[in-house]
Write a protein that binds this ligand. Structure first.
Ligand SMILES: [Zn+2]
Length: 71
């Protein structure tokens, strides 16, 4: 199942944006970060959180663990 992402929300400092999976039981947070490193190159990576816990940095998007709601 694919995540059902909310609108992206930019951060105050402008170096990251976040979106949240709105499916029940998943609610994973995807943070896109982009910063300049010390040599002036743009770096970009993603982090995924559940609550305040970092569950993955970089790589492929974790699977959606939404609860199937019977119709
Ligand atoms: Zn999800």
């Amino acid at each position: 199942m694919k995540h059902k992402w909310s609108e992206k929300i930019g951060s105050d400092e402008g170096h990251s944006s976040r979106k949240v999976c709105t499916r029940d039981g998943c609610e994973i947070v995807c943070v896109s970060r982009h910063e300049l490193n010390e040599r002036g190159f743009q770096q970009h990576w993603k982090e995924w959180f559940r609550g305040t816990e970092l569950i993955q940095r970089g790589g492929n998007t974790p699977v959606c663990e939404a609860v199937e709601v019977p119709a």
